[in-house]
Design a protein around this ligand. Structure first.
Ligand code: ZN
Length: 284
């Protein structure tokens, strides 16, 4: 009896390791519908039959569930490493919402010493993905490496829409040359073009703003208001049918912020607060 119990708990432990280790970069369908946490209201038929009728000593399965199991977050690291070498490809016009078109993608900015925005956004997104995956969130990235071209802004939006994301967060850094410009801001689509761009996206943006501010980051002094920027010209936000926001983590042309962005420690700080804010949003 004791031996059987021990073997059972070993199996549970192995299952947990497998579950938490999967799903960072892969849009794989497998964890799409993990066994629904019984605490949530849907009495889904699929999760019912797995428990044999009378094995009394088993712990309640709810204590074994990662808290954010079943949630899907799409992280969109801005730009890509191959964009600058392929102007024809990235300059072609694609739908940008509100009846407009825009270039497929852009090269992004860089620090004065040449650390590129695309590398920053990709690294931060991976760190956020790791933190969220550890909490049981299924994370989908809009690009899988930092050496490719695009994807175009409309494709990035489509990835979030098709994933049925609970939250879509684009990660960028700004490149303002006006003297003294610094701080982060979070953009959201305004005026909203659908219900998800309304209250849910505003709440996501506000939660990210609050998290970054609580994490010690300063709100932008050159754009937006109190760290928030309603925007009608960002294709990824315009085309989203899911709650979506875009974080400009800071100004890469500001020496202090550039130093933070170019260091692994600094990127980890950004990632930790962004991941925490996304968690807070999902919990709300
Ligand atoms: Zn950018």
């Amino acid at each position: 009896m004791v031996a059987v119990r021990r073997r059972l708990s070993l199996l549970v432990a192995i299952g947990l390791v497998l579950f938490t280790a999967c799903g960072v970069d892969t849009p794989a369908p497998e964890p799409r519908n993990p066994p629904a946490p019984p605490s949530l209201s849907s009495p889904s038929a699929s999760s019912a039959p797995s428990t044999p009728p009378s094995s009394a000593p088993k712990p309640p399965p709810s204590t074994q569930q990662p808290p954010k199991a079943g949630k899907v977050v799409v992280l969109d690291p801005g730009h890509n490493g191959g964009n600058s070498g392929n102007p024809g490809e990235i300059n072609r016009k694609v739908p940008a919402g509100r009846g407009k078109t825009k270039p497929c993608n852009t090269t992004g900015t860089s620090t004065n010493s040449g650390y590129p925005e695309h590398a920053f956004t990709f690294d931060v997104a991976q760190r956020v993905a790791e933190a969220l995956s550890a909490k049981g969130v299924r994370v989908v990235l809009t690009r899988q490496n930092d050496s490719g071209i695009g994807p175009c802004v409309d494709e990035r939006a489509a990835i979030g829409n098709e994933a049925g994301a609970d939250a879509v967060v684009s990660i960028h850094a700004d490149g303002s040359n006006s003297a003294g410009s610094n701080g982060f801001h979070v953009a959201y689509s305004a005026p909203p073009l659908n219900a998800q761009q309304g209250a849910p996206s505003t709440k996501l943006a506000t939660t990210l703003r609050d998290g970054l501010r609580a994490g010690g980051f300063t709100t932008a002094n050159y754009i937006g208001s109190n760290g928030l920027a309603p925007r009608a010209d960002l294709a990824g936000l315009n085309l989203s049918t899911r709650p979506a926001a875009l974080v400009e983590c800071g100004n890469m042309r500001n020496s202090g912020e550039a130093a933070a962005m170019a260091s692994a420690e600094g990127r980890q700080r950004y990632a930790a607060v962004i991941a925490k804010a996304i968690e807070d949003y999902l919990a709300g």
